[in-house]
Write a protein that binds this ligand. Structure first.
Ligand SMILES: Cc1cc2nc3c(=O)[nH]c(=O)nc-3n(C[C@H](O)[C@H](O)[C@H](O)COP(=O)(O)OP(=O)(O)OC[C@H]3O[C@@H](n4cnc5c(N)ncnc54)[C@H](O)[C@@H]3O)c2cc1C
Ligand code: SF4
Length: 527
């Protein structure tokens, strides 16, 4: 290894966690290397083609994982600069204040985090500003206090969604504009000439052809690379981390790149490969001092995998729904309880608008359901919802690796009753406003037939905490067992709440970034 391969900081993975951290550290002048297994997501017409994205899964990783019985499945995961944020729906919500404490659910306890909402609040604000979150404070009665307003106004509703919003209000509910990370300038519902986003139908699950989505590549990695002290190597898949004989220091990062093995080293090593791959990397890096996997004296690495209990639904209305950009409304009235249930149910959001091509990807189920309906007709008359409830961190829901290094994901459902009740609530609400005559399952994110493949919201596999016996990371997301190893992606979650995970991952990356700047002697944090 030459000295040229030694850095102050190496960050492995460039998604919501790694990309945001790189952005935060870049102005420090420290020598920083990003190692990313993917390349840049190609900008091409197919970015916006439903057939390419949803039927042919063109941008998904060609990778096979296995369930606990050894059955192969195809995870919903993408390896690119920017990670999964290249295709995410950019719904960027804070955890509720209560989510940081212990929460009693019907299915058990959602454990308390070692830090409070107050600790995260300044970083939530910074992350919202950084990722251009468009939203409206005070509209969601469950939201926690915020130290600053959103910097951008909420994305406007199109007429059919405004009607839905008004109908929900009439029923006594509290719908609110879904906070979205989007580079959109609009006035009176019209896109301005200055806007990167053109407000098309291809928001949710598609990459953005015109870089209008606030993803980690556009917002963080590209600007970080403008600093000459930051380098990016794409196609660099890290296979193993090696330590010194004491086991306290990571001394070598072994990556496969262009078919050959390369080695790098850094004073500080940050793993940010996403919750499944970060756990897998630590487990694959077992050595004499760390026989159960790196940073795993606690035996928690790989455990407590969470992903939300979620369902995509279509309400099929008699009237057509001509909405183009549909993902503008959410409702948290059942987040903590309902009038007839003392436990949390979850959150309701709009989804991107479905079309016939998307449904074709799910055709077998549909064909059985109502073969006489053309898929295009269904899509044209649909209003699409995303229902999301908290699943609980069960130690046996876990990532393990086989002897030859393949990923095994073992899951069992947790805390499903609240989700069933949330679904029932939505059905009742839609019936009350006469919105539909059928409410049917979609499997846009969560393959209905292979629910284990729904890995979009993966979290929790390298949890942080104060007790090294029950957590792998300390409150700064440094491994308890090592001096220079950090994990800064969705792995650190102690619980997953019922909101989308990315804003919390980004806020945490900024928080850990402040700690690292201090450790590196560049304490002036980025304003
Ligand atoms: C279709 C879809 C829609 C979503 N919508 C939303 C939403 O609306 N709101 C929301 O909050 N979240 C959403 N999510 C989830 C969100 O994308 C993830 O929570 C977030 O990206 C996770 O951040 P991360 O840093 O943990 O991992 P990622 O963003 O996945 O980044 C991990 C990075 O590590 C790289 N990597 C992995 N292994 C290695 C290795 N061995 N060596 C080198 N590099 C490696 C990967 O290529 C990737 O770049 C969605 C996800 C999907 C798939
Ligand atoms: S809605 Fe905007 S951000 Fe989304 S894909 Fe279209 S142009 Fe891009």
């Amino acid at each position: 290894m030459t000295m040229g391969n030694h850095y102050d900081v190496i960050i492995i993975g460039t998604g919501a966690g790694g990309g945001t951290l790189a952005y935060h550290l870049a102005p420090s002048g420290k020598r920083i290397l990003l190692l990313e297994r993917g390349g840049y997501l190609p900008r091409e017409k197919d970015n916006w083609e439903s057939r390419a994205v949803f039927v042919e899964s063109k941008y998904r990783a060609k990778e096979t994982w296995y369930d606990k019985d050894g059955n192969p499945f195809y995870p919903g995961i993408q390896y690119y600069v920017g990670g999964n944020t290249k295709v995410y729906g950019a719904a960027l919500l804070r955890f509720r204040e209560q989510d940081f404490g212990e929460v009693r659910h019907h299915g058990g306890i959602s454990p308390a985090w070692p830090l409070s909402y107050r600790d995260f609040e300044p970083y939530y604000t910074k992350a919202e500003h950084l990722y251009h979150v468009h939203g409206q404070r005070g509209a969601d009665p469950t939201e926690g206090p915020a130290s600053a307003p959103y910097r951008y106004p909420p994305v406007s509703h199109e007429p059919r969604i405004q009607e839905l919003f008004d109908d929900f209000r009439r029923l006594g509910h509290h719908p609110f504009p879904l906070p979205l990370g989007i580079l959109l300038d609009e006035a009176e519902g019209k896109v301005l000439h200055t806007s990167a986003c053109v407000r098309c139908a291809a928001f949710d699950g598609f990459p953005c052809l015109v870089n209008g989505k606030a993803d980690a590549q556009v917002i963080c990695v590209d600007p970080a690379l403008e600093h000459t002290n930051v380098e990016l190597l794409t196609g660099a898949c890290v296979e193993r981390l090696a330590t010194d004989p004491s086991g306290r220091v990571v001394t070598k990062i072994v990556a496969r790149r262009n078919g050959s093995v390369e080695e790098y080293s850094a004073d500080i090593v940050v793993v940010a490969c996403g919750a499944v791959n970060s756990a897998a990397l630590l487990l694959r890096s077992a050595n004499e001092k760390h026989p159960a996997g790196l940073a795993n004296n606690s035996d928690v690495v790989g455990r407590h995998y969470m992903r939300h209990n979620c369902t995509a639904f279509m309400a099929i209305s008699k009237d057509p729904n001509p909405t183009v950009f549909q993902k503008t409304l959410a409702l948290n009235d059942f987040y903590f309880r309902s009038d007839d249930w003392e436990y949390p149910l979850g959150e309701i959001q709009m989804l991107g608008k479905s079309d016939g091509e998307m449904l074709q990807g799910e055709a077998p189920g549909w064909a059985v359901w109502k073969p006489e309906f053309a898929l295009d007709f269904l899509a044209e008359h649909s209003i699409d919802f995303w229902l999301q409830s908290e699943d609980l961190p069960h130690p046996d829901n876990r990532v393990t690796i086989t002897q030859d290094g393949r990923i095994v994901l073992s899951i069992q459902e947790t805390n499903v009753e609240g989700h069933k009740r949330l679904t029932a609530k939505l059905k009742d609400m839609l019936a009350e406003i006469g919105c539909h005559d059928q409410l049917v399952h979609r499997s846009l994110y969560l393959g209905k037939d292979i629910p284990i493949g729904g890995t979009a919201h993966q979290a929790g596999t390298v949890r942080f905490g104060r007790d090294p016996k029950t957590s792998a990371l300390d409150v700064n997301c440094k491994a308890h067992d090592l001096d220079n190893l950090y994990v800064v992606d969705a792995s650190f979650f102690v619980s997953i709440a019922a909101v989308n995970p990315s804003l919390t991952i980004m806020a945490n990356a900024l928080r850990v970034g402040d700690h690292l700047l201090e450790r590196l002697g560049s304490a002036e944090s980025r304003k």
